[in-house]
Structures are given as structure tokens and as C-alpha cells.
Design a protein around this ligand. Structure first.
Ligand code: HEC
Ligand code: HEC
Ligand code: HEC
Ligand code: HEC
Length: 159
């Protein structure tokens, strides 16, 4: 091969890689993954296994019930393969709010949800409680959506 054909070959390889990158753009999200957000210096509770796909396909929850824009408005137009931002990009403070001491003012819900764990707990637990209430009302049996610490954080607090 001449130097020129080598260069042409390299150029061809790179441009096909570039095209492939465009064709496969978008984020694939694993069917299940552990919620263990990297921004935390240290986790105090065990990571939460989250069945992303099951929530969409089996429990019929729509993307916009969990993903929203920078105003908190549901992203109703999302579809499989679309990119989303991680919760921590907006609910920026890793961790939970400490219980206010006597006499200290309570944070508003919006201030509280600047803490990542509070935003996650509001999203996951509020829906689970509503779901369980509805199941109980409709069937008389207890719903299966977890609302207690150890059901979501298997093993609970990290020793
Ligand atoms: C419906 C599921 C669910 C329930 C119930 C739940 N959590 Fe969480 N919790 C999460 C998720 C998801 C996160 C975010 C973890 C991450 O992304 O790193 C989290 C984060 C946390 C964090 C911050 C991360 C850490 O490890 O320090 C703490 C503390 C925490 N939870 C404590 C609790 C406690 C205490 C309870 C019970 C009162 C509880 N959680 C109940 C899902 C849940
Ligand atoms: C029940 C809540 C829920 C539903 C429904 C849901 N998601 Fe998610 N999704 C999450 C959570 C929580 C994460 C993890 C975010 C994080 O780590 O900050 C996530 C992560 C993702 C990621 C990966 C983001 C990254 O950078 O790692 C993509 C992409 C995504 N979701 C797209 C979708 C689409 C598209 C739909 C609808 C077909 C959808 N999601 C439905 C809660 C949900
Ligand atoms: C682009 C920024 C952004 C991202 C990313 C984001 N949020 Fe929010 N979120 C907001 C804003 C702004 C609000 C409105 C202020 C408030 O109510 O806390 C909000 C509100 C909320 C609320 C309260 C309103 C409601 O829908 O009930 C919850 C719960 C919540 N976010 C959880 C999450 C979770 C879980 C994720 C990741 C799957 C996430 N947020 C990702 C910006 C964001
Ligand atoms: C809008 C509603 C909704 C939201 C938001 C939601 N869930 Fe769920 N979740 C459900 C329903 C419905 C079930 C199934 C309950 C049943 O089987 O009766 C469920 C079941 C579960 C289960 C037990 C079964 C399984 O698939 O593992 C876990 C764990 C769980 N959710 C974690 C989470 C976490 C963590 C979040 C937040 C990141 C979350 N969920 C957000 C509705 C929701």
C-alpha cells in the first residue's frame, strides 16, 4: 500500500465510525440498575435496585411521571432511546435534609427537594403510597409497591 492509500483507508474507517456514532446516538438505559449516584461522597444506605423497564412496561408508568424539564414540567413527549438528564443535575445536593432542630424554620418542599434523596423519595414513595392505597381500596389486599426503607434499600443502613 502506498502512503496515500493508507491515509485514505484510515479516513474511510474514521468516517464510518462517525456515521455509526450518529446512527446509534441516544442513551440506552439498562432494564434494571442500582441507584447509587456518583456525586455522593459516601452512601449511608445500601443502593436501591430499580426496575426501570418493568416500571414502563409492566406497571405502565409513563416517562413524564419521572422525567421532567428544568421547570419541573413532565417530559410527556419522551420515547424509548431519548436522552434525559440525571436527577442530580438539578436536585444537586447529595443526601437528605436533617430534621430541623427545635425553633428552626422548616424548609419548603421546593427547598427540601434541592436535596437529591428528598426528590427521589418524593418521586418513588409518593407514587408507591398512592398505588398501594388504590390497590387496597379496589381489592382489599395490600399493594406491593415498597414504601419502607429496607424494602428499597436492601439491608437498610450501611454498617
Ligand atoms: C421507594 C424506594 C425508597 C424508599 C422506600 C426509601 N428510599 Fe432512600 N433512596 C431511594 C433512592 C432511589 C435514593 C437515591 C440513591 C442514589 O441515587 O444514590 C435514596 C437515597 C437515600 C439516602 C441518600 C443516600 C445515602 O445512602 O446516604 C438516604 C440517607 C436514604 N435514602 C434513606 C432512606 C430512609 C431512612 C428510608 C426510610 C425512612 C428510605 N430511604 C426509604 C429510594 C428509597
Ligand atoms: C418510574 C420512574 C421512571 C420512568 C417511568 C422512566 N424513567 Fe427513565 N429513569 C428513571 C430514573 C430514576 C433514572 C436514573 C436517573 C439518575 O441516575 O439520576 C432513569 C434513567 C433513565 C435514562 C438514563 C440516563 C443516564 O444518563 O444514565 C434514560 C435514557 C431514561 N431514563 C429514559 C426514559 C424514557 C425514555 C422513559 C419512558 C419510556 C423512562 N425513562 C421512564 C426513572 C424513570
Ligand atoms: C432539568 C432539571 C431537572 C431534572 C433533570 C430533574 N428535576 Fe425534578 N424538578 C426540577 C424542578 C425545577 C422542579 C420544580 C421545583 C420543585 O417542585 O422542587 C422539580 C420537581 C421535582 C419533584 C416535585 C414535583 C413532582 O413532580 O411531584 C420531584 C418529586 C422531582 N422533581 C424528582 C425528580 C427525579 C426523580 C428526577 C430524575 C429522574 C428529576 N427530578 C430530575 C428540575 C429537575
Ligand atoms: C408513578 C408511579 C411510580 C413511580 C414514580 C415509581 N414507582 Fe416503583 N412501583 C410502582 C408500581 C405500580 C409498582 C408495582 C407494585 C405492585 O406490584 O403491586 C412498583 C414497584 C416497585 C418495586 C418492587 C418491584 C420491582 O419491580 O422491583 C421497587 C423496588 C420500586 N418500585 C422502586 C422504585 C424506585 C426506586 C422509584 C424511584 C426512582 C420508583 N419505584 C418510582 C410505581 C411507581
Amino acid at each position: 500500500m502506498t502512503k496515500r492509500t493508507i491515509l485514505t483507508t484510515i479516513a474511510a474507517v474514521f468516517s464510518s465510525m462517525f456515521i455509526a456514532a450518529i446512527l446509534f446516538a441516544g442513551t440506552t438505559v439498562p432494564d434494571t440498575f442500582n441507584m447509587e449516584t456518583k456525586a455522593y461522597e459516601e452512601h449511608t444506605y445500601n443502593p436501591v435496585p430499580f426496575t426501570h423497564k418493568k416500571h414502563v412496561t409492566d406497571y405502565k408508568i409513563t416517562c413524564g411521571d419521572c422525567h421532567h424539564d428544568d421547570k419541573g414540567k413532565a417530559l410527556t413527549g419522551l420515547k424509548e432511546g431519548d436522552d434525559v438528564q440525571k436527577c442530580i443535575e438539578c436536585h444537586k445536593n447529595p443526601g437528605k435534609v436533617e430534621k430541623p432542630k427545635k425553633g428552626e424554620p422548616k424548609l419548603t418542599d421546593k427547598e427540601r427537594r434541592q436535596y437529591h434523596a428528598e426528590a427521589l423519595h418524593d418521586n418513588c414513595k409518593d407514587c408507591h403510597s398512592e398505588h398501594n392505597k388504590k390497590v387496597k381500596k379496589d381489592t382489599g389486599k395490600n399493594g406491593e409497591a415498597p414504601t419502607s426503607c429496607n424494602k428499597c434499600h436492601p439491608g437498610g443502613k450501611i454498617k
